[in-house]
Write a protein that binds this ligand. Structure first.
Ligand SMILES: [Fe+2]
Length: 246
């Protein structure tokens, strides 16, 4: 009989349309992402199969915790590139950082320690518990230094979840670009993050999407998301900037 528990996944979306991922943690051992090169290669091979052409990975850079520098990121990137070559994976691999908005950002900007990508993009994140008071100041300093600021997963910050969406609109007024996580559309980060990501898509507020891949569980999630209407919509959005980075 048809209609029993296992329904086939209807694939609406195709990651080939996205082509470039800008958010992942695929350099082994330098943050809370992959632990080994084998794991990194396993994930990159699957990303290639899913249609990705390029991965710009983004290790955490934070004063308390994963205090990565240009050197740790670039030497890690080069090792992954070498492994990609040895394993004949057809994917272009580069690296940036996912920069936490903390006091160390002042020095990172001052010393030109950041690793921008594409058209001088710098991706920032914030703590999930409370908005850092220096956020506006750091964004301003980045912008006057010539960087285009991308906020990683804005839909996940619960202190921004308000009915009228005014906080998000004010971030847009400050020319902050938004990168939503694909997983948010599945509800894995909660109902509010899912609702917020969907509304951002409805209101054309999204410039980038990202996998935020840390390990194999994110791979299963990417597969499961292929049947989602909102994923199909955002990957077909003509102003989505991911593929401009090819
Ligand atoms: Fe991340």
């Amino acid at each position: 009989m048809r209609g029993e528990k296992e329904e086939p996944v209807i694939r609406l979306a195709d990651y080939g349309q996205m082509a470039v991922d800008i958010h992942s943690h695929l350099i082994p051992g330098i943050d809370d992402g992959v632990k080994t090169m084998d794991e990194s290669i396993f994930l990159l091979r699957h990303l290639e199969t899913l249609g990705f052409k390029k991965v710009i990975t983004s290790p955490h850079v934070m004063a308390d915790g994963y205090n990565n520098s240009r050197e740790t990121i670039l030497s890690g990137r080069d090792k992954v590139r070498e492994a990609i070559k040895q394993n004949s994976i057809n994917i272009d691999f580069d690296a940036t950082g996912e920069y936490n908005i903390d006091d160390a950002m002042y020095e990172r900007i001052e010393r030109k320690e950041l690793l921008p990508f594409g058209k001088n993009y710098v991706m920032v994140e914030m703590p999930f518990l409370a908005k850092p008071p220096i956020m506006g100041d750091i964004v301003y300093k980045l912008q006057i230094a010539g960087y285009k600021v991308i906020l990683a997963h804005p839909e996940r910050y619960s202190y921004f979840h308000e009915n009228d969406f005014s906080t998000y609109e004010s971030l847009k007024d400050r020319n902050i670009l938004f990168q939503i996580n694909i997983g948010s559309l599945s509800g894995i980060y909660g109902k509010a993050a899912k609702f917020t990501a969907e509304r951002m898509i409805d209101e054309n507020m999204v410039e980038f999407v990202g996998t935020d891949m840390h390990g194999t569980k994110h791979l299963e999630l990417l597969d499961a998301c292929l049947g989602l209407k909102y994923l199909d919509r955002i990957l077909n959005y003509d102003k989505l900037l991911n593929k401009t980075l090819l």
